[in-house]
Ligand binder design. Structure first.
Ligand SMILES: [Zn+2]
Length: 302
């Protein structure tokens, strides 16, 4: 077993750049999606969706070579439970949010359930298991195709696809933004960072890698805007501008980009801190996710 990563590293941006080069239409489509999301928030449509509880059916594809990678059903369920706490703001550790931002903590009103019917309508546990000969996977999407040692996606208009496998290069996970190819749509998570029991390893043992990556799948962007010069944006107005990712368990405040006195909102799920240090989404992020569920991911939410 390879040693657990020491600090968070998400491959979403890397995977996105690769897809945009392969499919130039993706970038154009994403611009269109971005405009639609802005309209949805301005018109109030996204906020109307926020008031409804939406349930997203999930299929978890466990792809393993060695026994520890073949995680238990209980570990899978512990991840669904963690998502259901974080996406209903029912996680008790919101108590750690600094007083100045306590009022920013927002319930996305989204819940997740393992699928009970497979694409052909047959009863299922919502978990597939595939033995592979591959030692590890990267952001190249091999885990999503049977011909490259993985397991094929279920239709994205009916399921959120989560793949759990051994990832190389210290990656904890990566996601595909809305608007990309259907065959690779979903989220990939390292098996030692998935759920809250079994094979999980500290400091990524509270299921927050999936919370972060599903945030990307719902069109959230890293809170520092993926640039290092304070010029990036996450298209959300209630998250302070920040220069770089924060790691580990930072002390409040951490100031960058003239964002004092409160500094970076490093306790947000879309930063790079340890699982125990990321505890919240803001109203702006929730509006963006719900605009995505009212727009490009309309079919998957019930
Ligand atoms: Zn990320």
């Amino acid at each position: 077993m390879s040693p657990a990563p020491k600090r968070r590293q998400c491959g979403t941006q890397q995977a996105h750049e690769r897809l945009c080069e392969m499919y130039p239409a993706f970038r154009a489509r994403q611009n269109g999606i971005e405009q639609g999301i802005r309209r949805s928030i301005q018109s109030g449509q996204a906020q109307r969706v926020t008031r409804q509880l939406i349930t997203i059916p999930v299929v978890v594809h466990v792809v393993y070579k060695r026994d520890p990678e073949n995680i238990s059903d209980a570990q899978v369920k512990s991840q669904i439970d963690a998502l259901n706490r974080d996406y209903r703001a029912n996680n008790s550790d919101t108590s750690t949010v600094p007083d100045v931002w306590k009022g920013f903590v927002t319930d996305p009103n989204i819940q997740f359930a393992l699928a009970t019917k497979d694409p052909k309508g047959k009863a299922t546990t919502g978990i597939t298991r595939t033995k592979t000969t591959r030692d590890s996977f990267g952001t190249g999407d091999s885990v999503k195709r049977a011909t490259t040692g993985g397991s094929a996606a279920w239709p994205r208009d009916r399921y959120l696809n989560l793949w759990v496998c051994n990832l190389g290069d210290g990656l904890l996970g990566y996601a595909q933004f809305p608007g990309g190819p259907a065959a690779t749509d979903g989220v990939v998570i390292l098996y030692t960072a998935f759920g809250t029991m079994g094979a999980v390893q500290s400091p990524f043992d509270l299921g927050r890698t999936a919370t972060h990556e599903v945030g990307h799948w719902l069109n959230l962007i890293h809170i520092w805007g993926d640039r290092n010069d304070c010029g990036g944006t996450d298209y959300v107005t209630d998250t302070p501008n920040a220069q770089l990712p924060n790691y580990g368990k930072p002390k409040f405040p951490h100031i960058s980009c003239n964002n004092g006195p409160n500094g970076d909102m490093f306790m947000d799920y879309m930063d790079y801190v340890d699982d125990a240090a990321m505890v919240m989404f803001t109203a702006g992020q929730v509006a963006r996710m719900n605009a995505t569920l009212a727009g490009p991911r309309k079919k998957v939410g019930r």
